[in-house]
Write a new protein. Structure first.
Length: 132
């Protein structure tokens, strides 16, 4: 019986630690993943493309780049107020329109149609963005 309990504890601990390691982002890997985003976004301050500059995006207030025309859905969500923090980015990168709709509390469409499906890539990109 003791060996079964010890095995259960070992399996639980392994799962817990591997999940924690998986959730940690790697900025170097995120830089590589960001190349998928770079067609529409810049990390250079003040350089907007199809999407707004993502320079200092983590922690930035919603819709705060004055010279960028945000989509109507994004503007509607901004009226509810949110910050582009890590939790927001984690959900937004998975499904931008869904996250904006959730915040706006109406069916909205984000101009960003690209979705990152891989959880580790999402965490890596967020870590990269935190450094830029």
């Amino acid at each position: 019986m003791n060996s079964i309990k010890m095995l259960a504890i070992a399996v639980s601990a392994t799962a817990m630690f591997s999940t924690a390691a998986f959730a940690a982002g790697d900025a170097a890997k995120g830089e590589k993943v960001f190349k998928k985003c770079a067609a529409c976004h810049s990390i250079e301050e003040g350089k907007n493309k199809v999407g707004p500059s993502l320079h200092n995006v983590v922690g930035r207030a919603c819709g705060s780049i004055a010279d960028y025309k945000y989509s109507r859905g994004y503007q509607d969500a901004c009226e509810k107020g949110f910050t582009t923090d890590e939790a927001f980015l984690d959900e937004y990168l998975k499904d931008p329109s869904s996250k904006i709709s959730e915040i706006a509390q109406t069916k909205e469409r984000s101009k960003m149609t690209f979705k990152l499906k891989n959880e580790q890539e999402i965490q890596d990109v967020i870590e990269y963005l935190k450094q830029n």
